[in-house]
Design a protein around this ligand. Structure first.
Ligand SMILES: Nc1ncnc2c1ncn2[C@@H]1O[C@H](COP(=O)(O)OP(=O)(O)OP(=O)(O)O)[C@@H](O)[C@H]1O
Length: 544
């Protein structure tokens, strides 16, 4: 028994030792592991700190380099601008296809400087051509058939003066100038003159425009310029039969097209753009927006490479967002701006009135404005009313009919024939009221529109500038009366900038909305996203 007890005790003691030993080993292991973990953590942290430091330094370096580059670029740009502003050395400068006339070369430098300053001309010329702007038509040697058409005007408009020498030198040009300042002839005259003087054959000129009405208007301008020549022009746009257009394309030298129909014809194999050497994007910023981007890429991709064609972009508004895309289609373009076009700016000859109202007051207010602007001597004044959506346009059209107004309407729900008829009757003055959506915002040159009424503010401030630009064209004066509600308060900042830039009063009520400007756009639909039922799957919006 005593032996058993001893054995048991010894066994217990052995077990105790073994447990203690095990525990101690475990503790050791744990400590070792903790130490290892700690070291690893420390190493990791040190490594991370080192990397962070390196990243930070690299970032700082990059930023410094970027800053330096931007500063350098700005300085160079400024110097280049200055160079141009001080231009003209007084010697005949020539470049492919264009020689500066002696009469222009002989002009004193001060006269050129005065012109550049008074018209707020800015020229960015990566080729340093230093070409002088024309101060009169007789300072340029154009084909007589072209000059006989433009000689009806007293002198070139500033955008024509500055851009023609570069365009006749076969350079790519971005031309930015206010609404109604003669941009169509700015790109149209060199297009036709080049065909005549260089005896070009085949389809050479392609001009793309965002709406059917504008395409037709540009076509009319080019037909006028080619009236006494063998040059054939064709207008390519949707809503009418393709057959006639395809037939005309066969011996056309100049095509003016809306993107949708042109892509259709490309897909059908009915048009070959491989001989185009003069490509114009009119209303270029609109053409480069998301809704048109794919079509534009397909169209430009079917023309020769950018080094084998001249590419032109013309517009009154040139937002920063489209400039990168534009540069992919252009070859070292010369940028010509009239007025300070880096900031969005409206034509200063337009009186802008902005009234902040309650949304439900719009219709009553519209009727009051019509009586005000079409009274007495102004009874027959032409007024253009902008609605935002076709539904709104339809409702207002009925309201105006009920109130015995003879109103013409143009919006996307109408057939092409109805749209053309409405526009013509307004142009001719058969009806002195035109109600439109933004299909009529850009480019349309309707004589003597005295007042533009914005019943509903457009989706972007750029569209506002284009809409009101339907009045005050070609040196005339006009009025834009805008009804503004809290629904558009996100655009109040942009609108205030435009008002201030044109020395127009900013109403107290508008100031209350603060200075925010948020562009309402959608990645797939651009500025027109509100027109789309978002519950449906994405579908491209076309305007022709
Ligand atoms: N040299 C000129 N002198 C006077 N008027 C001109 C001259 N050139 C063109 N015009 C006229 O000016 C008007 C406006 O021209 P155009 O439609 O080309 O303007 P725009 O700058 O393209 O405007 P928008 O930006 O609205 O498209 C037209 O009626 C046109 O005939």
């Amino acid at each position: 028994m005593a032996k058993d007890h001893k054995d048991k005790k010894r066994k217990n003691e052995e077990e105790d030792v073994s447990v203690k030993k095990h525990k101690s080993e475990k503790k050791d292991k744990k400590e070792k592991k903790e130490k290892k973990d700690k070291k690893e953590k420390k190493d990791k942290k040190e490594k991370k700190d080192k990397k962070d430091k390196k990243d930070k330094e690299e970032k700082k370096d990059k930023e410094e380099k970027k800053d330096k580059k931007e500063k350098k670029d700005k300085k160079e740009k400024k110097e280049k601008k200055l160079d141009i502003a001080q231009v003209p050395q007084g010697k005949a400068l020539s470049s492919a296809g264009y020689t500066q006339s002696e009469s222009l070369t002989k002009l004193p430098e001060s006269e050129i400087k005065d012109f550049l300053t008074s018209n707020e001309v800015s020229i960015e010329d990566p080729h340093s051509l230093n070409l002088r702007p024309l101060l009169s038509f007789d300072q340029i040697d154009l084909d007589s058939k072209v000059s006989s058409v433009i000689n009806k005007f007293p002198k070139p408009t500033p955008i024509q003066s500055v851009s023609w020498p570069f365009l006749l030198s076969n350079k790519d040009v971005i031309g930015v100038a206010e609404t109604g300042s003669g941009k169509t002839f700015a790109f149209g005259v060199p297009a036709i003159n080049n065909i005549l003087t260089l005896n070009k054959k085949g389809l050479k000129v392609l001009c793309i425009s965002p709406t059917r009405e504008l395409a037709l208007q540009i076509y009319d301008n080019l037909v006028e310029l080619t009236a006494n020549t063998d040059i054939n022009c064709v207008a390519i746009y949707g809503g009418v039969s393709k057959d006639d257009q395809v037939k005309k394309l066969r011996n056309a030298n100049v095509a003016v097209a809306t993107p949708g129909r042109l892509v259709d014809l490309l897909n059908d194999g009915s048009v070959d753009l491989s001989s185009i050497d003069y490509l114009v994007l009119d209303e270029a910023d609109r053409m480069l927006e998301k809704g048109f981007e794919e079509d534009i890429k397909a169209i430009i991709g079917s023309t020769p490479d950018k080094s084998n064609r001249q590419t032109l972009m013309f517009t009154a508004t040139w937002p920063k967002e489209v400039r990168d895309l534009a540069s992919t289609f252009m070859n070292q373009p010369i940028k010509v701006s009239i007025g300070d076009r880096d900031e969005l700016a409206a034509n200063k000859r337009i009186t802008q009135i902005v009234e902040v109202i309650e949304p439900y007051d719009k219709e009553k207010k519209l009727l009051q404005l019509l009586s005000k602007y079409q009274s007495g001597n102004h009874k027959n004044d032409k007024i253009l009313i902008f609605a935002l959506y076709k539904k709104e346009a339809g409702r207002i059209e009925s309201l105006l009919h009920r109130n015995r107004y003879n109103v013409a309407a143009i919006h996307g729900d109408l057939s092409q024939q109805q749209r053309t008829q409405a526009l013509n009757s307004f142009k001719k003055g058969e009806s002195n009221l035109l109600l439109a959506t933004d299909v009529a915002a850009r480019g349309l040159d309707i004589p003597n529109v005295k007042v533009v009424i914005n019943l509903t503010f457009p989706l972007t401030v750029e569209d506002y500038v284009h809409r009101i630009g339907r009045t005050g064209r070609a040196g005339q004066y006009g009025t834009a009366h805008t009804l503004f509600t809290e629904h558009e308060k996100h655009l109040s900042g942009g609108l205030m900038n435009i008002l201030r830039g044109a020395n127009q009063p900013v109403p107290e009520e508008l100031l209350k909305f603060g200075g925010h400007t948020k562009k309402k756009t959608h990645s797939a639909y651009g500025a027109f996203y509100k027109d789309v039922d978002m519950t449906k799957t994405a579908k491209k919006i076309k305007f022709d």
